[in-house]
Design a protein around this ligand. Structure first.
Ligand code: AMP
Length: 566
């Protein structure tokens, strides 16, 4: 662990990408075969490989308490140190006493402790194990143990650079390493394959989620059609992104954060289990009115919201808010990974797969009839629906499709390049999204304040930030547009994840992403970003997004410049 921490210090000490890669490559090569894979996982900022569902469930406040106890510092003293560093790992390095003499701690031992912490139940048991681990570490080791627990090393190293370092250290091209890592979902295993010269033998792990391909925003129909020919167009459904893995009748569904969400949608596995083949599908789960017209239609996101975050879903809830899985892509079928095939070919395969599924449609349920909203003609009860495809050759075509999509209750359009391959985890210009509210930003909550008037004593005012490189810079503050129940629930989370209590204001762990709408944007030095928003309002909590996926300062500049030239 000492060597890893020292390497991290050197990585933090240079801004040059190539130097960082070289340091990682040298370090990994210098490690014993059983240590290098674990080190690669840690360098990616994770306690466990990506595909493992294990989580530590150790929040900032628990760590804070342990560091306070071990150092004997008061809250005030710790807060003063935290202000200087803005990072709990750096605080630990400064205040923790040096290790008592004894054996060195290896990365494998640290990961074993992480496993124990993950399986321990309750904060007291977890605290005891974290305390034990930190007291065996030197202050420099503790710095990086704390950072790994919080899931962010903050040394300007992403997993993509670790991939480059593996290619450099063990041979193999970067593309081969990236592909193996994507298939295995484990940078440590990827390193093992590379070290043994077997990158080509890495195989897909079904039931371990792949990254999701992401879309870039287009500001207008003209722009949306400017990047490629023969655009394929789909409605943009306002639900939650979901990747379904199906094999031998077993079904698992994963969210965009790669968490398993199968339990939240008990009606979907049965519908998917009937597929003729082992598959991985990509689509959107939406609240669905089955009796609207021939094919049914999507209901607003607010309807779906009642179903989210529940472990147990009652029959009553399933009847009240029925859902459908609208599928728009297939990533694996016939024993073959399809992501390198063009969308055109994937779409055709998907048509075939879901046509077979449609034959398994159940008869219309009695309960559903009670929810009649529209004149029913052969209403569908298929819970897995192939998203309809359109083509658009001109901006006028696209505008008409946009209006039709909105009339169907959808958010806007997705415009896709039929020749494009599926790029997991990347946002490119092969998929573009055209939305109604152009001016919304996905931002990260950095601080919360107690409200006034009716919301006195309630954490209802959120300060939020956009990404500037790896840093977060505040851009605004909004009174929550959330419901009282949501505010109360979020308030609880924030209290548990406070890193600094300033009395009326809590600095919180930057983990929660919210979508904010606003009327326009101004230059202002009120916030660190140099911009401020006019009439910001919170549209919703983006539980499906990680803080790294928030909008960037570049996008803020684009919006600002776009509005001033109009
Ligand atoms: P946003 O969440 O605003 O960044 O927009 C991208 C999201 O739109 C994707 O992650 C999907 O969850 C969602 N989406 C809705 N309909 C589609 C579609 N037809 N194709 C791809 N993504 C879609």
């Amino acid at each position: 662990m000492r060597r890893l921490a020292e390497a991290c210090e050197r990585i933090a000490g240079t801004t040059k990408k190539l130097e960082k890669i070289a340091i990682v490559a040298d370090y990994l090569k210098s490690r014993a075969p059983e240590e290098a894979p674990v080190s690669a996982v840690f360098l990616g900022g994770r306690p466990f490989p990506a595909w493992e569902e294990t989580t530590l469930q150790v929040g900032g406040s628990l760590l804070w308490k342990v560091v306070a106890e071990l150092s004997g510092k008061s809250d005030q003293e710790l807060t003063a140190v935290y202000r200087r560093h803005g990072d709990l790992g750096a605080v630990a390095a400064e205040v923790l006493p040096e290790r008592r003499a004894g054996d060195e701690l290896s990365v494998v031992e640290v990961q074993n402790c992480f496993h124990q912490i993950a399986t321990a139940r309750g904060p007291a048991a977890k605290s005891a194990l974290v305390r034990e681990l930190l007291s065996q570490a030197s202050s420099l080791e503790a710095k990086y143990i704390v950072k790994i627990i919080t899931g962010d090393l903050r040394i300007g190293l992403k997993e993509s650079l670790v991939e480059e370092a593996i290619a450099k250290a063990y041979g193999g091209t970067l593309a081969e390493v990236q592909r193996a890592n994507m298939l295995l979902g484990d940078i440590g295993d990827t390193l093992r394959f590379a070290a043994e010269g077997k990158l080509g033998q890495a195989r897909m792990r079904l039931f371990h989620p792949l990254g999701f391909m992401l879309a870039s925003p287009a500001e207008s129909a003209e722009e949306a059609l400017s990047y490629f020919e023969n655009a394929v167009v789909e409605d943009k459904y306002d639900g939650i992104r979901a990747q379904a893995h199906v094999s031998d009748g077993e079904v698992r569904i994963f969210s965009r954060t790669r968490d398993e969400i199968t339990e939240s949608f008990p009606e979907l596995p049965d519908a998917l289990a009937g597929l003729p083949d082992d598959v991985i599908l990509d689509g959107e789960i939406v609240a669905w009115s089955y009796l609207a017209g021939e094919t049914g239609r999507a209901l607003p996101f607010s309807a779906l919201q009642q179903r989210l975050g529940r472990k147990k879903v009652s029959d009553e809830m399933m009847r009240r808010v029925p859902v459908a899985y609208v599928v728009f892509d297939v990533l694996y079928a016939n024993g073959e990974l399809l992501i390198d095939r063009p969308l055109r070919a994937r779409a055709q395969l998907l048509d075939g797969l879901l046509a077979a599924e449609r034959k398994l449609v159940e008869p219309r349920s009695r309960e559903a009839q009670g929810q009649l909203r529209f004149e029913p003609r052969e209403a569908t009860t298929a819970k897995v629906i192939r998203s309809p495809l359109f083509v658009a050759a001109s901006p006028e075509n696209l505008d008409r499709l946009f209006e039709a999509a909105q009339e169907r209750g959808n958010e806007g359009l997705m415009i896709k390049d039929p020749e494009s391959v599926y790029t997991p985890g990347r946002r490119g210009k092969s998929w573009l999204k055209l939305k109604r509210e152009l001016a919304t930003l996905d931002v990260v909550v950095t601080a919360v304040e107690y409200g006034h008037g009716k919301r006195i004593g309630v954490l209802s005012d959120y300060t939020f930030a956009v990404l500037d490189g790896e840093r977060l810079v505040n851009i605004g503050k909004a009174y929550s547009g959330l419901t009282d129940a949501e505010i109360a629930e979020m308030g609880k989370w924030f209290l548990e994840h406070t890193v600094e209590d300033q009395g009326f204001r809590l600095i919180v762990e930057p983990k929660i992403v919210i979508e904010v709408a606003f009327n326009n944007m101004m230059r202002s030095d009120r916030h660190e970003s140099g911009y401020a928003l006019r009439f910001p309002r919170i549209v919703r909590i983006r539980t499906d997004k990680l803080p790294e996926e928030a909008d960037t300062i570049e996008r803020v500049r684009e919006i600002y410049e776009g509005q001033s030239s109009n």
